[in-house]
Design a protein around this ligand. Structure first.
Ligand SMILES: NC(=O)c1ccc[n+]([C@@H]2O[C@H](COP(=O)([O-])OP(=O)(O)OC[C@H]3O[C@@H](n4cnc5c(N)ncnc54)[C@H](OP(=O)(O)O)[C@@H]3O)[C@@H](O)[C@H]2O)c1
Length: 337
C-alpha cells in the first residue's frame, strides 16, 4: 500500500548557527518538508550551509531570503535580538514564520510581531519544540483528562553548565545573553502549558560578570492555590526532571525533560508506576514542531492551537516581570515602539 503523499511545504532558514543545523536535520524527518533556501549574513556561510543540507537557494542577506518567492515558511534561527527584525521582514514579504525561542527580547517586540502577522493573516508561531514532543503531548492530555486531579505543585529544573565566556551568546548582553531567555523560557513555557499564567511571581537571580543572569529561581503562584517552583542555570547542569503533582497522582517527565523521551505516571499512593516510553525512533525530535507548522499551513490556519500567540505573549510578559525584579534590561527595552 502506498502512503498518501502530503503536499510539499517549502522552507527557508534565516541564520546558519547551531540550532539552524539541528532544525535542518529535523526537517529531513518531516514528511512533505522541502528545505529550499537559506539566508545568512555572508555568502560563504550561506553556501556552506546550502552544501551541507543540499539547499538550492543560498542568499547573502536576510532581506534576500525574505523576498525569495519560492518559500512558504521561514524558520528564524538568529540570536534573540534578531528575532523581531527577521520575523517582520518575512511577514512584510507575505511569508509565514516559525521563530525560535525566546520569541523576542520583550513583550513589546512580541506584540509588534504578533500584530503584524494578524494584520496580514499570516501564520506565526514560537518554536517551542519541547511542546510538540510526544511525551509532552501525552502529559498534557493526561492533565486535561483529570488523571492526576487539579495540578497543585510543579517542580522543574533546567540548565547547561557553561564556562563564562564574554563572546558566547549565553553571556554576551548584546546577543540577548542570560539563562532566562535561553533556558528559563523552557520551564516557564511548560508551567504555562500545564497551569496557565501565574498571578504572583517571586524570583531571585545571580548575575554573571557581563551583567546577565547565570542562575535563578522563580516561584509562581496561581489563583487556584497551585505553586510552580522553577530553577535554571548556566553555572551548573541540574537534574533536569519535571514533576507535576495533583491530588490524584503525579506525572514525572524524565531527564532531559525539555527533550523528553519518557514519562512516569503514579496514581493514588504512587505504588503503581506506569512508565511511558517515547524514545526517538527517527529524526532528532525537531521534526515534530515542523510537522505541526505544516499541518497548520495546509489547513489554512494562521495560528497554532498548541503554541498560541496569546500564550507566547503572556510568557514574554512573565519574563519581563522577572527581569524587572532583577533590574536586568537590554538595549531592546530602551527602544521606543
Ligand atoms: N529550540 C532549541 O532547541 C534551541 C537550541 C539552541 C538555540 N535556540 C535558539 O535559537 C537561536 C539561535 O541560537 P544558536 O545557538 O543557534 O546560536 P548561534 O549558534 O550563535 O547561531 C546564530 C546564527 O544567527 C546568525 N546571526 C545573526 N546575527 C548574529 C550576531 N549578531 N551574532 C551571531 N550570530 C548572528 C548567524 O548566522 P549567519 O552568520 O548565517 O547570519 C549565526 O550562525 C536563539 O534564539 C536560541 O535561543 C533554540
Amino acid at each position: 500500500m502506498t502512503e498518501p503523499n502530503p503536499s510539499t511545504i517549502r522552507w527557508g532558514i534565516i541564520g546558519t548557527g547551531s540550532i539552524a543545523k539541528k532544525f535542518a536535520t529535523g526537517l529531513q524527518s518531516a514528511p512533505g518538508a522541502e528545505l529550499v533556501a537559506v539566508g545568512s549574513r555572508a555568502q560563504a556561510t550561506a553556501d556552506a550551509f546550502g552544501d551541507a543540507y543540499d539547499i538550492p537557494h543560498r542568499h547573502a542577506s536576510y532581506a534576500d531570503l525574505a523576498s525569495d518567492p519560492d518559500i512558504d515558511v521561514v524558520y528564524v534561527a538568529t540570536p534573540h535580538p534578531g528575532h523581531r527584525d527577521a520575523t517582520l521582514l518575512c511577514l512584510d514579504h507575505g511569508t509565514a514564520v516559525l521563530c525560535e525561542k525566546a520569541f523576542a527580547m520583550n513583550a513589546r517586540e512580541a506584540e509588534e510581531m504578533i500584530a503584524s502577522a494578524r494584520d496580514k493573516n499570516l501564520f506565526l508561531m514560537e518554536a517551542m519544540w519541547t511542546r510538540f514532543r510526544p511525551a509532552i503531548r501525552t502529559a498534557h492530555e493526561l492533565v486535561q483528562s483529570g488523571a492526576i486531579g487539579d495540578p497543585e505543585l510543579f517542580t522543574v529544573a533546567v540548565g547547561w553548565g557553561s564556562p563564562f565566556n564574554t563572546s558566547s551568546r549565553l553571556f554576551a548582553k548584546e546577543l540577548g545573553g542570560g539563562i532566562l531567555l535561553d533556558g528559563g523560557v523552557y520551564p516557564i513555557s511548560l508551567a504555562s502549558h500545564f497551569l496557565g499564567a501565574p498571578d504572583r511571581i517571586t524570583t531571585l537571580a545571580h548575575m554573571a560578570p557581563s551583567d546577565v543572569d547565570d542562575q535563578a529561581g522563580v516561584l509562581f503562584g496561581y489563583q487556584s492555590g497551585a505553586i510552580a517552583s522553577i530553577v535554571f542555570s548556566s553555572r551548573v547542569t541540574p537534574h533536569a526532571i519535571a514533576t507535576l503533582v495533583g491530588a490524584k497522582g503525579r506525572i514525572e517527565i524524565h531527564e532531559d525533560w525539555h527533550k523528553p523521551e519518557g514519562l512516569t505516571v503514579r496514581l493514588g499512593t504512587g505504588a503503581d508506576a506506569e512508565v511511558h516510553d517515547f524514545a526517538l525512533t527517527e529524526g532528532n525530535g525537531y521534526q515534530y514542531e515542523a510537522v505541526h507548522v505544516m499541518d497548520c499551513l495546509r489547513a489554512g490556519r494562521s495560528e497554532s492551537d498548541i503554541m498560541p500567540l496569546d500564550e507566547t505573549l503572556a510568557i514574554m510578559r512573565t519574563m519581563d516581570t522577572i527581569r524587572e525584579q532583577w533590574g536586568l534590561t537590554y538595549d531592546a527595552d530602551l527602544a521606543t515602539a
